[in-house]
Design a binder for this molecule. Sequence first.
Ligand SMILES: [Zn+2]
Length: 278
Amino acid sequence: MEKIVKLSLKSENDCFLIREVNRHIAKAKNCIIITGAGISCSAGIPDFISSDGLYNMIKSQYPGVFRSGKDLFDVQLLRTHDTIKRFNLFMGILKELIVNAKPTATHSFIKKLADMKKLKRVYIQNIDNLEELVGFDVNWQFERVKNCKVQVVQLHGTLSKLRCNACTNICLFTPQYCEIFKEGGAPNCPECVERGRRPHFIGQLKPTVILYGDTHPKGLEISQIAKRDQDKADCLLIMGTSLRIPGVKDLIKGFARAVHGHDSCIILVNVTDVANKG
Ligand SMILES: [Zn+2]
């Protein structure tokens, strides 16, 4: 029988619900976790949809620069010189918040499930890479879909790395590079410089994040992994996301269908209301 336990942090029935959640997780062996911006808010990284979110913070600091929350992550930003500058500025601001952030209790909880051999995989919308700081291997090259041991799928990429737009060399996104982004620029690729390329052919480093309107370069592999995970999933735990991103909604629907019919449960933990259309 499928059991849906909806846990609201504002509910008076919290104790009862938390016991219910514990009971389901205790018997699960292959938890699937899907996370969103909400799990990193207590680390000082605001989400960008809620009223005190990232967009409102940026809007008050940089009036007139961004028109909407979606603007911050839209691939359209990369079309003109002026909007690329805004995008770089935003990436610099966000990276600075991330550099100073520590993993939250939720990150530790997810790692604990992994250590207890209860986690099948965590699908992460967050780009802050805090999961690596609690000890997860995030360097999945997607070359192995069958028996893939890496337990983290970064659905929207990561702001821990930069990729050259000319030679595709990958570098760490260091605090020094952060300063360049915060001025609206993008650093030159050290690999291109070292190869002695002529200035015109030296690439720029771009954050390895997936924007709205962008396709994930490994989207096919991710859907293959998700399909395999669906066969095993015995508990679906969704945390800190308001289910507004269409691709993620589809992923959740797939897992929800898979646990339906087993003696399994779907647990949704979110402070704000979730999208109910579709
Ligand atoms: Zn390069």
